[in-house]
Each structure stands twice: as C-alpha cells, then as structure tokens.
Design a protein around this ligand. Structure first.
Ligand SMILES: [Zn+2]
Length: 239
C-alpha cells in the first residue's frame, strides 16, 4: 500500500480508534503508522482534543441540568410547604368559624315527635338570634338553669295566648300546632296570658307529653334563654 493510501485509511479509522472501538489487529496497524507518520499523528491529536472538549461541554451541560433540577425540586418543596401551611390555616379557620356559628345537639326524648326523633343529631345556628328575634314556628334550643330544651316558638312578645277546647289561640285566633295529634292541656298557667317584652311561649310538637311553657316549671321563656335555632339535620348513621 502506498503511504498516501495508508494515510487515507488511517485517518478514516482514527475517529473510531479514538473511541477505542477498533480491534487489536487494526489498532496495531494504526499505532505503527502513527509512529511513522507525523501528519497522521498530529491529526490524531486534534481528534482526541476535539473529543475531550466535546466531553467536557457534555459534562458542563449535565452539571447545569442537575443544578436546574435541584433548583426546581427546591422550589417545589418550598411551594408544597407553603401550600401545607395555607391548607392547615384554612382548616383551622373553617373549624373555628364552624364552632362559632354552629352547634351540634342530640335530640333527647320524644317531646318534638314527629318532627324530631330521640337521638337525632341537629345542626343549630348560634348566630341568628344575635341578628334578629325568634319568630313563630322557629325550632329553638332553650337553655334553662338545669336543662336545655328543644321547642317550637308559638308566641312572641305582645301575643296573647290562650289554651282551651283542645286548641291554642294566639290573639284570639286558633293556631294549628305542628306535630302529633293529641290532647292539648293548658297546664298550670293562667290564661289568657299576654307576653311581655322579650317573652316567648314555646311548645313541643308532641303536645301530649311535652314539658314546655304550659308548665310553670318552664313557663314563659326570656329571649336570652333562647340560644340557637334549628338549621338542618346533622349527618347521622341513625335513621
Ligand atoms: Zn499518515
């Protein structure tokens, strides 16, 4: 083989030689030629240098990529921490707002049947009576000295109440009592009874058994004894 041809062949093989991808036999031939040929040896040095530079810049790119990835994951971690904090604050806030605005009570006894059953859980509104007065028909919790009752408002301030002939009369008009059919006893109050300022008359829907304003042990209710208003039934497993 002429030197020129050999040079051409070696130069063609040099890139793979530099990647160490030439068999032993080829390697030996190339190395022998490089020793003898200065041009090809210089050419080989150039290729090696180019490859080194390429590798270095590749490493640099990798380093930048890693750095970027670290930065992104740092940012994500910070964001997650922030979101965790915000959601915790939100949960606490919602819980506090719930505690301030509502109360969950369990119905005890049958005095509000059929509207409410014994053991049923109700969501009561704590704030409404800070904004307005109780109205006729409202189901309210009444906090007495030694007990809390769930009753329905029948008479409001200024109303005149009378219970006779198995009926309740408000200002001379008979009102239908929501609830069980039954005997409406007048209890031990004196009628007609006119409610003063801030006075309310409450009855249980189950008029035959309910202990309410008709009994002097409960009597007429003061406005500040009416605490909460029935809002809705609270989630319950019981039927
Ligand atoms: Zn050569």
């Amino acid at each position: 083989m002429e030197k020129k041809e050999e040079c051409a062949l070696v130069r063609e093989l040099l890139p793979i030689y530099c990647d160490d991808a030439v068999g032993d036999e080829g390697k030996a031939v190339i190395e022998k030629h490089l020793k003898e040929c200065k041009e090809c040896s210089t050419y080989k040095e150039e290729i090696s240098q180019m490859k080194e530079e390429e590798e270095a810049s590749q490493d640099k790119i990798e380093a930048v990529k890693t750095e970027q990835a670290t930065e992104v994951s740092k940012k994500l971690r910070r964001h997650k921490k922030k979101m965790d904090f915000i959601s915790t604050v939100a949960v606490v806030f919602v819980w506090l707002a719930f505690m301030i605005c509502f109360q969950v009570v369990e119905v005890s006894g049958i005095s509000m049947k059929p509207s409410f059953q014994d053991g049923e859980r109700l969501l009561m509104n704590r704030v409404v009576y800070h904004l307005r007065s109780p109205k006729q028909g409202d189901v309210v919790s009444v906090a007495l000295e030694d007990m809390t009752l769930l009753k329905r408002v029948v008479g409001v301030p200024g109303d005149t109440i009378e219970i006779k002939d198995n009926a309740v009369f408000i200002n001379g008009k008979s009102v239908k009592i929501k609830g069980e059919e039954g005997q409406i006893e007048p209890g031990d109050l004196t009628y007609p009874l006119t409610l003063g300022k801030d006075e309310y008359f409450v009855l249980g829907d189950n008029v035959e058994v309910s202990l309410d304003s008709r009994s002097s042990s409960v009597g007429v209710i003061e406005r500040d004894e009416i605490r909460t208003k029935f809002l809705c039934r609270f989630f319950s497993f019981k039927k």
